[in-house]
Ligand binder design. Structure first.
Ligand SMILES: [Zn+2]
Length: 238
């Protein structure tokens, strides 16, 4: 849809973008809800979401790509749903801090997150409960037979290599959690967290969990309220 020199989205594309994002900002550090019922008018909503262009709608704008056709520029693939704050943020300094690939990642991760939450109870951010979507044991990471008084598990070079393979992209949001109350697991989780940070990952601290059945060794699962995966450090393997 051409408006002046802008290749704008059609109202249909805007509508689909916001629904696919569940009206939640796609910025992984924001994720705010953009819609609410009006407090006074029962027939109105308060809405502050924006269907933003990934590559600018007009020449000279943030991430403008002259190779794109007008159809591509106004197509759904070039759109990302954000709250009004984040839609302004990504264009600051003509978008230098928010590359096309970053925004595409946000969008894909966010839509996956929405899809994985369909028909599930949404949790508040403080909760440490993690929904098990996939639950794959890492083979090598539970090295050794562990008895009471067994030495602290360590991230050996082999386990580091395995971790590198498992987590190739340091833009992924990874969280690390240890079995609640277990100092050995806490120490091991701390070592894993520090290793990932040294690899350029952003890890916001450690969570703890309690599970039934209990988790032994290390497990990886999709995180419930973050994009990306969670590493669970369970009890030393029986
Ligand atoms: Zn936002």
């Amino acid at each position: 849809m051409k408006t002046g020199n802008r290749d704008n989205f059609s109202s249909n594309i805007i509508s689909i973008l916001k629904q696919r994002a569940a009206f939640i900002c796609s910025n992984p550090d924001c994720k705010c809800l953009t819609i609410a019922p009006s407090k006074t008018d029962p027939e109105k909503v308060e809405f502050n979401g924006v269907a933003s262009h990934i590559c600018s709608a007009a020449p000279g704008g943030p991430r403008y790509n002259s190779e794109m056709t007008p159809e591509e520029r106004s197509g759904i693939k070039n759109g990302i749903f954000l709250c009004s704050n984040c839609s302004v943020l990504i264009d600051k300094n003509n978008g230098i801090d928010y590359s096309e690939s970053t925004l595409i990642n946000w969008k894909l991760n966010h839509e996956n997150w929405v899809a994985s939450n369909l028909n599930k109870k949404l949790l508040d951010n403080k909760s440490t409960t993690i929904n098990v979507v996939s639950h794959n044991q890492i083979g090598g990471i539970t090295a050794g037979v562990v008895n009471v008084g067994e030495p602290q598990r360590k991230l050996t070079p082999r386990l580091k290599a395995e971790t590198d393979k498992m987590f190739p992209d340091n833009n992924e949001n990874i969280s690390v959690s240890y079995v609640s109350g277990n100092t050995e697991a806490l120490n091991f989780a701390t070592e894993i967290k520090d290793y990932l940070i040294s690899k350029g990952f952003t890890i916001k601290g450690l969570g703890s969990f309690q599970r039934s059945p209990e988790v032994f060794g290390l497990a990886i699962e999709n995180s419930r309220h973050e994009n990306g995966r969670c590493i669970l450090v369970g009890y030393p393997k029986k």
